[in-house]
Design a protein around this ligand. Structure first.
Ligand code: C2E
Ligand code: MG
Ligand code: MG
Ligand code: MG
Length: 292
């Protein structure tokens, strides 16, 4: 009230516009794949002790004909409201495997990089998931051990027992389960015992928070210790600075990804990115050593 009536009007108009945009996007999304508006970018996952790329995370992008680039933070939740998310998952899987089969290995790395795709909780309640993965692996002759499935937790697993059965079947196919955004939202401790992920991705709110107090710091340390105790590989998300890299290395975190190394790139940029990631890692490590 103190701000006056005009303020109130501005606020409602803005809200109204946002709802209208989101409604429009939700209407357009079902045809986005058919119109060739969806694509995948890939962000390297790096061994923090060698600078070598161990895997690539596939991240979806939508280029809307009128609105331009739309972030998955906006359109994935719209797709999650119905079965459209299952179609987007199929697109992410097949597109990534089709592109990944042609990638060469970084010469210095010991094994070929894996590809990590993001699947929403809804997939793990879908009887079609296991056959879909099986068919895609076969169609692209892709080794199952090089496919990592990240379970992204924007919605809760509503039936953990049925998800557990699906995950066990994926495990028998030879794929690897990774728990995304660990420490936030629905990504909880109770899932560890049920789903036994081989990988945990530590949410970037613990790695590069706007302000870092001792509480966040100790939580980060505790998550890394938890991973070590349970023999789960830890990947730190959102590494942006050399000092964050230094700290993670000293805490014994094995892997990480973030803008310090590279943002997500298109398939055609993969080869160049391998070289630049190593350079960025070397520069950061020498900065840490000089500072110490
Ligand atoms: P995510 O799976 O946790 O992916 C990491 C996000 O953090 C990506 O955003 C990535 O670009 C961003 N990021 C990476 N390094 C840094 C950094 O150093 N600093 C900062 N500030 N951000 C960094 P993106 O691509 O916008 O994706 C956002 C989220 O959308 C993903 O979070 C994931 O939950 C979802 N998503 C993306 N692609 C897909 C998909 O194909 N399927 C599903 N179901 N979800 C997807
Ligand atoms: Mg992810
Ligand atoms: Mg994540
Ligand atoms: Mg995250």
């Amino acid at each position: 009230k103190r701000l006056g009536k005009a303020r109130y009007a501005v606020y409602t108009t803005d809200m109204g516009a946002r709802v209208a945009t989101s409604f429009r996007l939700a209407q357009d999304l079902p045809l986005a794949a058919a119109h060739g508006e969806l694509s995948m970018l890939y962000q390297p996952i790096v061994d923090l002790n060698s600078g070598h790329i161990v895997g690539w995370e596939a991240l979806m992008r939508w280029r809307h004909p009128q609105q331009g680039w739309i972030s998955p933070v906006t359109f994935i939740p719209l797709a999650e409201q119905n079965d459209l998310i299952l179609k987007l998952g199929r697109f992410a899987l097949t597109e990534s495997l089709a592109q990944a089969t042609t990638w060469s290995n970084q010469p210095s790395a010991s094994s070929p990089p894996y590809i990590a795709i993001n699947l929403s909780a809804r997939h793990f309640h879908d009887p079609g998931l296991v056959p879909m993965v099986q068919e895609a692996l076969k169609a692209y002759d892709f080794p199952p051990e090089r496919l990592v499935i990240e379970i992204t937790e924007s919605v809760a697993l509503f039936d953990v027992d049925s998800a557990e059965r699906v995950i066990n079947r994926l495990d028998r196919l030879g794929t690897t389960l990774s728990l995304d955004d660990f420490g936030t939202g629905y990504s909880s401790l109770s899932y560890l015992a049920k789903l036994h992920p081989k990988i945990i991705k530590i949410d970037r709110s613990f790695v590069s928070p706007p302000t870092k107090g001792p509480y966040l710091q100790r939580t980060l340390e505790a998550i890394i210790s938890l991973c070590q105790a349970l023999k789960i590989h830890a990947i730190a998300e959102g590494i942006e600075t050399a000092s964050q890299l230094g700290e993670l290395r000293s805490l014994g975190c094995e892997f990480g990804q973030g803008f310090l190394f590279s943002s997500a790139v298109s398939a055609s940029e993969i080869d160049d990115t391998q070289a630049s990631v190593l350079r960025n890692w070397e520069r950061a490590v020498s900065a840490i050593t000089t500072a110490a």
